[in-house]
Design a protein around this ligand. Sequence first.
Ligand SMILES: Cc1cc2nc3c(=O)[nH]c(=O)nc-3n(C[C@H](O)[C@H](O)[C@H](O)COP(=O)(O)OP(=O)(O)OC[C@H]3O[C@@H](n4cnc5c(N)ncnc54)[C@H](O)[C@@H]3O)c2cc1C
Length: 351
Amino acid sequence: MLDVHKRSGQLALKKAGLIDQFRKAMRVDATEIYVRDRKGTVYLHHSEEGEDDPERPEIDRAVLRRILLDALDPDTVRWGKKLKEAEVVTEDGKERAFRLHFADGSAAEGFNIVIGADGTWSKVRRLRSDVRPPYVGITVVATNITPSNPSYPAISDFVGKGSCMAAGGNNIIMSQKNGDGSIRTYAMITTPEEWKDNSGIDWTSQRAALIQFADEFYGDWSDELRALIIECDEGELAFRPLYQFPPGYTFEKDCTGVTLLGDAAHVLTPFTGIGVNVAMNDAYDLASAIEKVASEGLSVDDAFAEYEKDIFARATLNATRTDREQEVYFTGKPMSEVLKGLARAFDGSEI
Ligand SMILES: Cc1cc2nc3c(=O)[nH]c(=O)nc-3n(C[C@H](O)[C@H](O)[C@H](O)COP(=O)(O)OP(=O)(O)OC[C@H]3O[C@@H](n4cnc5c(N)ncnc54)[C@H](O)[C@@H]3O)c2cc1C
């Protein structure tokens, strides 16, 4: 589930002519959030339900993806084509051409612009940067509980219509209810990057493993919060170590005709819940820059340079903010500090 902000994500949807489809699919009731401490005590309950023009309506990730895909010509996306490498093949003055090599052994060419929108481990990025995104010290253990799970009714009441966050010590729990009722939980723990394989936990036996995991990282948390982890549907467990480029990061290499957007350009941790909005804001800015190439005769180099100046200024601001919230949520700060961190995210000024 994603909250799509008026000043960024919704702006991009407007420009793409998709705001009506978005508004039909958005879930305003899912803006409900409970913030709790490790014992389950509620410190904040907030919702935009009932507002005609909500600031941060939610939408399921899969539904947003469907709206975007449905707006494209059917052949625009070639599924199953995992990019291995983007290669520069010709250089004629400043005009370049590229060949794309795919994991299935095929190749495609005839492009003079390549935009890497391929996420944290972008294969396009190496044309602009050799820096690997650093691990931030937090790993997400993700669980999912569907309505057919016998534990679901009580867990569903506890989570509410939208999100439920609990903080306390060096770890947090964040749960979200999707449109189909399923409850996705991110247990976010402070731990080394290779923790999963060195944890001593036998992950092949899921329930026993999750009880051991909850005892180790959430030992004195309330039973309701521990249930969000332990009651995971069989086979739904996932691990996501988190990465982020530091404030000030920009591409250190030039390559005419190549740029990136979203996580590919500047992966952020999810502690302010803005990654999708930032990626859509980048898409909006890049589309505007490319329009200028067509309408004002701006060179691609200049258009991309202008775009990159904007996105990296924004990325630095956002990385500074996510670093600050990481410090608040994962270093045992009192709940009053956690609430201040959330208020900063809610005030909408983060992008
Ligand atoms: C645990 C977690 C929770 C999060 N929660 C939120 C949240 O609540 N709100 C929010 O706004 N953000 C959240 N984020 C961040 C958000 O998911 C990202 O910032 C956002 O998805 C970035 O969009 P993107 O299009 O740049 O990259 P992605 O969404 O990663 O999309 C990249 C695409 O490229 C494809 N791809 C990757 N490699 C290749 C390849 N080699 N060849 C071809 N295709 C490739 C992938 O399949 C994918 O479709 C969360 C992130 C994490 C890790």
